[in-house]
Design a protein around this ligand. Structure first.
Ligand code: SF4
Ligand code: SF4
Length: 404
């Protein structure tokens, strides 16, 4: 685990502990803090200890100057944006470290900056093949174990809290939001497609997901061990990086379409193209937590008013004020509708039997899922790639010649 991974992980988990503590779940805070300390002691990995101290220091400073944020007593929008920006910053630093590692390998220098394994989160097909190997053959891949871990984590977030990963954690979603805002500075109008076009466009991401699933499910189980031991899999991350760094004309055209989509309409990339969005959209149907409108408190039913503030706040253009339960696969659990509602108790992110999840609760759930599972995987020896550096150094020199 690289230092940036250690720091982000400890900061996120200490922040979860703090939120648990301030929400009165003192035992939850103690158990989380003890798990984190236990993990550092079991692994005796010095960056975890240093990161633990640094993270505690950062949180103490934040507590001093941003007390409300640390206690989660800020508006949901502020909390969500804070989490999104912190995770995006962390991914940026991870990207810089990854690039430095790859450049050193390419130059034949033994890297003194290690490869951050969390980058394997960008290998969803490898992750899915690894999960298939675990489930059908009982084989645990040792080249990119973090790919399977991160895919599991993302699926779990969908099963538990809808598309909160898209709305609260994904750096691409945040980048799309900025692109959209930039476009709005020059062209003020909303440029929403008509409903007859919107629906087929939304299905595009499901088609892409189906294509990826076809690759994974169509691969015979018997050939998986050969694939996992092959050179292509060992440097699948470098192949992916090369694809982005040296794009061909078709790839550039695809990038342009993606950027245009993101700028054209809010969440355009998440809504129309992203296969992760499709996967989370499907799993989100099973999530027990959904946005629910109480007709006993909503101004429409109680006062006969024409309120639609929740709908106007929704970036996914869901007609919240006309629904009792928002089941849409486009709902990212962003809670903008809840924040916009003038009537307390009218709108909640809750289960059918009334268990409510506040923005603070959702933050805790998300951070624990995103960081506790990788920590357990790390302690269990299923996170760090076991591919020897010399092999990666050799393979990176022959990157172009290595195929499936
Ligand atoms: S329904 Fe509410 S939580 Fe879901 S996307 Fe719209 S604003 Fe966000
Ligand atoms: S904003 Fe609140 S009060 Fe208004 S329609 Fe939506 S749920 Fe009802």
């Amino acid at each position: 685990m690289s230092f940036i991974e250690s720091l982000t992980l400890t900061l996120a988990l200490i922040y979860s502990c703090s939120l648990l503590y301030w929400s009165g779940k003192r035992w939850g805070a103690v158990v989380s803090a003890a798990s984190l300390l236990g993990a550092a002691l079991v692994t005796l990995y010095w960056p975890l200890f240093v990161a633990l101290l640094l993270a505690a220091g950062v949180l103490a400073l934040a507590h001093r100057y941003q007390g409300d944020f640390v206690k989660g007593e800020v508006r949901a929008n502020t909390l969500r944006e804070g989490i999104q920006h912190l995770l995006a910053l962390s991914m940026l630093l991870v990207g810089i470290q990854y690039a430095a590692n790859a450049v050193m390998l390419k130059l034949g220098i033994t890297p003194y900056l290690m490869r951050p394994d969390v980058g394997d989160a960008f290998l969803p097909i490898a992750g899915a093949i690894e999960l298939k190997a675990i489930l059908t053959l009982g084989i645990w891949d040792q080249n990119h174990p973090a790919a399977a871990v991160m895919l599991t984590v993302v699926i779990l977030t969908g099963l538990l809290c809808k598309r909160a990963f898209c709305g609260w954690a994904c750096p691409l979603g945040l980048a799309g939001e900025y692109l959209y805002k930039l476009r709005k500075r020059f062209i003020k109008r909303e440029l929403l497609p008509p409903a007859w076009l919107d629906w087929p466009l939304r299905m595009l991401k499901y088609l892409l997901l189906a294509g990826l699933l076809y690759i994974v499910l169509g691969m015979p189980s018997a050939s998986i061990p050969h694939y996992l031991e092959g050179n292509y899999h060992k440097i699948a991350d470098l192949k992916m990086a090369l694809f982005f760094v040296t794009p061909g004309l078709i790839t550039l055209a695809c990038f342009a379409v993606i950027l245009l989509l993101a700028a054209w309409r809010r969440q355009g990339f998440c809504r129309y193209i992203c296969p992760y969005g499709a996967l989370l959209g499907l799993t989100s149907f099973l999530s027990p937590f959904k946005i629910r409108r109480s007709t006993q408190h909503c101004l429409i039913e109680t006062k006969g008013m024409n309120c639609d503030k929740c709908t106007r706040a929704c970036p996914a253009n869901i007609k919240v004020h006309q629904q009792g339960t928002v089941r849409s696969d486009e709902c990212q659990a962003c809670m903008r509708c809840v924040s916009a509602c003038p009537k307390q108790e009218a709108l909640h992110f809750s289960t059918r039997n009334g268990i409510k999840l506040s923005a603070r609760g959702l933050t805790i759930m998300l951070l624990l899922l995103l960081f506790m599972i990788p920590l357990i995987a790390y302690v269990g020896g299923f996170w760090v790639s076991q591919t020897p550096t010399e092999i990666r150094m050799y393979l990176i020199q022959h990157l172009g010649a290595i195929g499936h």
